[in-house]
Design a binder for this molecule. Structure first.
Ligand SMILES: C[S@@+](CC[C@H](N)C(=O)[O-])C[C@H]1O[C@@H](n2cnc3c(N)ncnc32)[C@H](O)[C@@H]1O
Length: 405
């Protein structure tokens, strides 16, 4: 068992609460097994890749144990920032401005240690992340499609003798995950559960199809407009709802022609970019920005805009709650907020986006939100944004319009 001070890690800038931790038992299992395998096989840090590290626990514990040059992929902008903050707070990397907290390593740019040089290099889920990798430590993602994309990427780009160690909480694991791994690896072995977590070890990467399986694309024809609108959605494995149109999204799309024509329109938490794409297709003069904290969503939304021929008119950014956009810079915000945080129902993630919309909207600007009617967000929207009215309601969903006071 490693002596790394896991309890000192923070989730910041992600939502923090007393019942939410910045590490779990699976992180500890992955680190311990990873260090054992690295020692047995004589691996250097540069041959090790970490994928799905929530807040940096795995990466930082390996660095603390002396592993240098790790390659790391995290999907969430919040996770990337948390890793950088935690690394700096624990003194494991040098920060550019020396204040110890504001470092954020960019994909492909190494974060370095004061004495021992390069310690970890963030990457997107691509060839640079995985080429030559001989050990991949993975926190299992929630979506099977996301696991499928990761397994394909490891089999496609890592070394032939790569060992993939995937871990998760037993209560969230399914046999379907083994099946997905079996499609990319000849040997897949589930280990005995420990501390309510379990590791699956896969090796023997199989041949992969010439074209990567993601993004997938689906074309939809929307009839709730004066003229039918054809939109193609592209989705990477980790994107919300895949290339389908989610039922909540569809309820907001059904009234999208009532959203005013505005200068700058922001799709906050854009997923595959369905709302941004349809708005842009129906408003050729609007400036549209789509932003999401998930890299899989951002890559999907970019592929969506390319498929719909509007990549030059829709800017897609990877950011946490639009934090890099100026105050009062949007005339309209479109929002289909998440209402599950991890696997526990938690409205804090939605509140965070309402607060962001309040900051980003210009006075008189409008927030159009769709949510599960059971959540009764109207009071909160009125308090945080301004006067809020119900525009549309189906058996399950409510669409509201809030005017920024
Ligand atoms: C319910 S999905 C909606 C996606 C898309 N707008 C649609 O309607 O299909 C919510 C999206 O919000 C994103 N999200 C959640 N918290 C976020 C945050 N703090 N900053 C940016 N995006 C966030 C999630 O990654 C997810 O893609």
């Amino acid at each position: 068992m490693s002596e790394f001070p896991y309890e000192r890690l923070r989730r910041f800038p992600d939502v923090e609460a007393s019942n939410l931790q910045a590490h779990d038992a699976t992180d500890l299992l992955l680190v311990d097994r990873g260090l054992d395998l690295a020692a047995d096989r004589g691996l250097t840090g540069a041959e090790i890749v970490v994928i799905g590290d929530g807040y940096g626990a795995i990466t930082l514990a390996l660095m603390d144990a002396g592993m240098a040059g790790l390659r790391v992929h995290q999907d969430l902008a919040t996770g990337r920032r948390a890793l950088a903050h935690n690394a700096a707070a624990l003194g494991l990397v040098r920060t550019p401005d020396g204040d110890g907290v504001s470092a954020e390593a960019e994909p492909g740019r190494a974060a370095s240690h004061p004495e021992s040089g390069t310690r970890f290099v963030p990457h997107e889920l691509d060839a640079e992340l995985l080429t030559g990798a001989r050990l991949v430590l993975l926190q299992l993602p929630k979506a099977l499609a996301e696991l499928e994309e990761i397994a394909d990427a490891v089999a496609r780009w890592a070394a032939d003798d790569v060992v993939l160690v995937a871990g998760g909480r037993v209560k969230h694991m399914t046999l379907a995950q083994n099946d997905v791994l079996t499609r990319s690896f000849a040997r897949v072995q589930a280990q005995r559960a420990e501390r309510k977590s379990r590791l699956i070890i896969a090796d023997g990467p199989r041949d992969v199809p010439e074209t990567p399986p993601f993004p997938v694309r689906e074309t939809h024809v929307l009839t709730a407009f004066a003229e039918p609108v054809e939109v193609t959605l592209a989705a990477h494995g980790g994107a919300f709802a895949g290339a389908r149109i989610d039922i909540g999204t569809r309820v907001l799309l059904d009234v999208l022609d009532r959203v005013p024509s505005a200068g700058v329109v922001l799709d906050l938490g854009c997923g595959t970019g369905a709302l941004a794409a349809v708005y842009a297709l129906t408003h050729p003069d609007a400036r549209v920005i789509a932003t999401d904290r998930s890299a899989a969503a951002v890559a999907s939304a970019r592929a969506t805009m390319a498929a719909d021929g509007i990549a030059d008119r829709v800017q897609v950014t990877h950011d946490d709650a639009g934090s890099e956009l100026p105050d009062a810079s949007a005339d309209v915000v479109l929002l289909n907020p998440p209402f599950h945080l991890g696997t526990s129902v938690h409205t804090a993630a939605a509140t965070r986006l309402f607060e962001a919309a309040a900051r980003l909207l210009a006075p008189g600007g409008e927030l159009w939100t769709v949510y599960n009617s059971a959540l009764a967000y109207k009071g909160e929207l009125t308090r945080l944004i301004g006067p809020t009215e119900q525009v549309h309601r189906t058996a399950k969903f409510t669409v509201t319009r809030s005017i920024r006071a």
